[in-house]
Design a protein around this ligand. Structure first.
Ligand code: SF4
Length: 267
């Protein structure tokens, strides 16, 4: 930690932090954040613990209450008002900004030290070795095509993953495309991996359902409530915000679209 101290070398840097049921409060505490900010850290990428590998510890997966806490806490940390001078991102709770899962070649993929072209750094299955095929062919392997055919895996972008929140989907795609396990420690079947996520997915899925509505404010100031597929919802806070934004909307002759209200009712 001494070597990354801003006072010594003037560098700024980012962190990659895995949050678990055991450390979620510590790694988001004011004390921890103030310490890394003081050392020069300018962005923090939070990763939800994934029970990957035969030796994984599923009990380290955050509870749904802890995940809700993370949703709010990360937005608080990066808030323009009252936030901290660091940009925090949450790999599992920020799907709404990127349209859900980005893996399988949609926006990125992962190549492990053995050359296996994997869907995601967290999901170790493949049907292509980069030493034998071109990157373009690797991106066209059956498992990747199945991924892209099925994205987004859920219309609720707070449930983006085919392993963690939709575990039945990863098993199906691996089975149907004949992909193999590329885990570097020990081969793990998709059924075994996804079996560890079933309870979590059910619990998280039991959160209140999306209301399926969004609000649109016209330049004339009228608010229209529309039904949409996405997890947008309309609460009183959002409605008030749109009304307050009316003047701005008129100036730019634009429409404002409502997004999730602050009540987290759409998870
Ligand atoms: S496969 Fe899961 S963990 Fe990987 S990018 Fe997609 S949603 Fe995220």
């Amino acid at each position: 930690m001494k070597r990354i101290d801003k006072k010594e070398n003037g560098q700024f840097f980012g962190t990659s932090i895995c949050y678990t049921s055991k450390n979620v409060e510590v790694v988001t505490s004011d004390e921890f954040l103030d310490m890394i900010i003081e050392k020069g850290c300018r962005f923090a990428w939070y990763f939800h613990y994934m029970p990957v590998s035969n030796d994984a510890a599923p009990e380290l997966m955050p509870t749904k209450e802890q995940r809700v806490y993370m949703y709010h806490r990360v937005r608080e940390i990066r808030g323009n008002t009252g936030g901290k001078p660091i940009y925090a991102m949450d790999f599992q709770n920020d799907g709404e900004f990127v349209g859900g899962c980005i893996a399988g070649g949609r926006n990125y993929c992962h190549i492990n030290p053995n050359g296996d072209v994997e869907l995601c750094v967290l999901i170790h299955y493949s049907g292509a070795d980069i030493r034998e095929v071109s990157l373009l062919d690797a991106l066209k392997q059956p498992l990747f095509l199945a991924y892209r055919d099925n994205q987004p895996f859920n219309q609720n972008h707070l449930r983006p993953c085919p392993m963690l929140e939709n575990p039945e989907l990863l098993q199906k795609m691996v089975r149907e495309t004949g992909a193999y396990s590329t885990d570097l420690m020990s081969e793990e079947s998709a059924e075994h991996l996804c079996g560890k996520c079933r309870h979590y997915a059910e619990e998280w899925g039991r959160r209140p359902r999306p209301c399926g509505k969004s609000a649109i404010l016209s330049p004339r100031g009228t608010v229209t409530i529309k039904t949409r597929l996405y997890c947008y919802s309309v609460g009183n806070k959002l409605y008030s915000f749109l009304r307050r934004s009316h003047r701005n909307s008129r100036r730019h002759k634009s429409f404002l679209y409502g997004v999730c209200c602050a009540d987290f009712c759409c998870v």
